[in-house]
Design a protein. Structure first.
Length: 190
């Protein structure tokens, strides 16, 4: 279906580009948000990415799927936004070794919605690369090769980032639990 709409756009039917926006805007937003960690910035990244996709559509060779090509543009645009703003949210405290059982114990008093709030807040505190790789691997179900294709990083680099990301996320969650962060409602944690 993507190829049909690509051909329509390239033939001058610019209204057919709405198909890509409607089908991929949420995916693009969640990828951008995992990198820039700010909804306003993520919206700007998505908008800029779709403009780049529209302007570059004639250069799409079809060597990968349209979705993979779009992912790469969104990821590159998101990291460019970070470089331009010189702002990257990185958890700066020393990462300590924690046992998964410690985190499970800390989650026992929280319902699923509260657990999700803690995890989402923790994802905002780790590096953009780590947050992105965790999102692509766990939330989108992509394997290391697909993540490598989408990011342009080697598969070995993806494995290293994924390993570090798991450790970072675990450390951040454990610190949050140790500090007895109160979770009031979805989207708000104190």
């Amino acid at each position: 279906m993507d190829n049909l709409h690509i051909q329509k756009v390239l033939s001058g039917d610019t209204e057919s580009f709405r198909y890509f926006i409607m089908n991929y805007k949420d995916l693009a937003f969640s990828v951008a948000l995992s990198v820039v960690k700010d909804e306003f910035w993520a919206e700007e990244v998505v908008q800029e990415s779709f403009i780049k996709v529209f302007n570059s559509l004639k250069s799409f060779k079809g060597k990968s799927s349209f979705k993979t090509w779009l992912y790469r543009i969104v990821i590159n645009e998101a990291f460019q936004r970070l470089r331009d703003e010189k702002k990257e949210h990185v958890y700066s405290d020393k990462i300590r070794e924690y046992d998964l059982d410690d985190v499970d114990d800390g989650f026992k008093g929280l319902n699923l919605e509260e657990q999700e709030v803690v995890v989402q807040k923790a994802l905002k505190l780790i590096s953009a690369k780590e947050s992105l790789v965790l999102r692509l691997f766990y939330f989108d179900g992509h394997d290391n090769k697909t993540i490598s294709d989408e990011t342009g990083w080697s598969e070995a680099n993806v494995r290293v980032i994924l390993y570090r990301a798991r450790k970072s996320l675990l450390a951040v969650i454990q610190e949050m639990i140790n500090k007895n962060i109160k979770v009031e409602s979805y989207g708000q944690a104190k």
